[in-house]
Design a protein around this ligand. Structure first.
Ligand code: FES
Length: 221
């Protein structure tokens, strides 16, 4: 049987059946597709849309992390159209909460901040709906949850449910009421959370913080 190949940024490359576009790209040394919701060894959800790429003949851009590669695809991982879509996603995410990097614990290791810098998105053109309620939880001695910084990537949920199999948190509610909930929307301390810290490690922004590290220095210190 002949090897399955596709065209990636003008190069013919081979891939294994079942691989996603993101996996094919990375296996051929293309690490420039940005990701936010993707979390290694967990089910890709394609929810953040940061990894959008262009496939010739397809009407819309597709999420590289959640789209399987198929024989003969012609993929462009960078193009003006792709850049514009990624910028738009970043603007919407930055407008969705209080992303004030100066006083954020995650400053310097925040993936949203790094992407905003890469794509030069300084100020969101959109504003959060007035009166948007942001949940803040600080009633246990280990983890602080600041939902004004949550980008709803769902990485914490997959770290909890698929890596640790604790099943303590899920995505709850709909629309802009969407949030991460612990046991019918309780606080962590009232839920089945065992405070393993996997969710904190998986969070790409400053929405989940190790309480003992707050104010003790920047990540690079
Ligand atoms: Fe692919 Fe989020 S990283 S959609």
């Amino acid at each position: 049987m002949s090897e399955a190949t596709l065209t990636l940024n003008g190069q013919t490359v081979a891939f294994e059946p079942g691989q996603t576009i993101l996996e094919v790209a990375r296996s051929h040394g293309v690490y420039t597709i940005p990701t936010l919701c993707w979390l290694k060894d967990t089910t890709p959800t394609g929810s953040c849309r940061m990894c959008m790429v262009e496939v010739e003949g397809w009407r819309t851009l597709v999420p590289a992390c959640a789209t399987q590669a198929t024989k003969g695809m012609v993929i462009k991982t960078e193009s003006p159209r792709v850049d514009a879509a990624r910028k738009m996603v970043l603007e919407l995410l930055l407008a969705s909460g209080n992303h004030n990097c100066l006083i954020c614990e995650a400053n310097g290791e925040c993936e949203l901040q790094a992407l905003a810098y890469r794509y030069q998105v300084p100020t969101p053109a959109f504003a959060a709906p007035p009166g948007t309620p942001y949940y803040f939880e600080d009633n246990n001695s280990m983890i602080v949850r600041d939902f004004s910084k949550c980008v709803m990537c769902g990485r914490c949920v997959r770290a909890c449910n698929e890596r640790q199999v604790n099943l303590a948190i899920q995505i709850g509610y709909r629309g802009h009421h969407n949030k991460i909930v612990a046991k019918a929307d309780k606080t962590y301390i009232e839920s089945d959370c065992v405070f393993c810290g996997s969710c904190v490690q998986a969070c790409p922004v400053g929405a989940l913080l190790d309480k003992s590290a707050i104010g003790q220095g920047r990540p690079w210190e």
